[in-house]
Unconditional design. Structure first.
Ligand code: C2E
Ligand code: MG
Ligand code: MG
Ligand code: MG
Length: 278
């Protein structure tokens, strides 16, 4: 009896695995055509300077409007796009789309675009960024490229060379999700980032003194290295109060606004006073 039960369980497990594999295969097939079918869309989340009550920019966040499943999170499909080698084309589309959108905003408003580590293995990255700027007419100093610590884990001279080439175009480079990767401090020495984005996991624990201490240290580190510091994932007024008390005035998070479709950006800009540089 036990034996047959065991077999039954195994068969059940096998069927589950088949279903998982099939779901993954379906996702891959659908993702291969998503870009051509116009199913990818950028949402935009404001980056706010709370000292001036101003939107300083927006981060472009990719969404996939899957015909059957509805909106799929980038956390689910970007790793798949990376594995399938689709991230090169998708990343190029994101750059062009985001720069074109931002070109229509007031000049003081910047656009932040996430780059995948895989895009740095593509020798066209610098050319892709240059082309997105040229086609859109966006001033290079309005484009911020966000990279994560995993990129620098590759400890690759060519990654550093590419970062320097990008910087030469006049764009700025932000370290995203700071504090979640490995040996963050040595990376800050390897490359002079323009901005550090403190990962939301630290912000969400700001009620704990340990997190306050870490955030305080990162703010002070950023300041002494000449990098600006922004707090990600700010959801409550209490978190904002702590951050401001520590001298961090640049934030992003649901407290201000979740990521929104492109159509909503002008409304958000109007709600905050944006200093226009004439
Ligand atoms: P990220 O670059 O760190 O983006 C911030 C994420 O935090 C976004 O998730 C955003 O919706 C979420 N978020 C913002 N404010 C809050 C908040 O107050 N509370 C909470 N709980 N979450 C908040 P999203 O849009 O799901 O994107 C997830 C990640 O996917 C991004 O993390 C980024 O690593 C990646 N990603 C998104 N778009 C792109 C893209 O165009 N290219 C690449 N390579 N990666 C992208
Ligand atoms: Mg980001
Ligand atoms: Mg982040
Ligand atoms: Mg993140």
């Amino acid at each position: 009896r036990a034996k047959s039960e065991g077999r039954g369980t195994y068969r059940f497990f096998e069927a589950e695995m088949d279903a998982l594999h099939q779901a993954r295969r379906n996702l891959e097939v659908a993702l291969r055509v998503a870009l051509d079918r116009g199913e990818l869309e950028l949402f935009y989340q404001p980056l706010v300077n709370t000292a001036h009550h101003e939107i300083s920019g927006f981060e472009a966040l990719l969404r996939w409007n899957h015909p059957q499943r509805g909106i799929v999170s980038p956390l689910e499909f970007i790793p798949v796009a990376e594995e399938l080698g689709l991230i090169k084309n998708i990343g190029r589309w994101v750059l062009h789309q985001a720069c074109a959108e931002a070109a229509g905003w007031p000049e003081a408003v910047k656009i932040a675009v996430n780059l995948s580590s895989i895009q740095f293995r593509n020798h066209d990255l610098v050319a892709d960024v240059a082309s997105a700027l040229k086609t859109s007419g966006l001033a290079p100093d309005r484009l911020e490229l966000e990279i994560t610590e995993s990129l620098l884990l590759q400890d690759n001279a060519s990654v550093l060379a590419t970062l320097h080439q990008l910087r030469k175009l006049g764009v700025s480079i932000s370290m995203d999700d700071f504090g979640t990767g490995y040996s963050s401090l040595s990376y800050l020495q390897k490359f002079p980032f323009d901005k550090i984005k403190i990962d939301q996991s630290f912000i969400q624990r700001l009620a704990e003194q340990d997190s306050v201490s870490i955030v305080r240290a990162v703010i002070s580190l950023g300041k002494s290295l000449g990098m600006s510091v922004l707090a990600e994932g700010v959801e409550t007024a209490e978190q904002l109060k702590v951050l401001q008390a520590e001298g961090c005035w640049d934030i992003q998070g649901y407290l201000v606004s979740p990521p929104k479709p492109a159509l909503d950006t002008m409304g958000l800009i109007d709600r905050y006073c944006v200093t226009t540089t004439a």
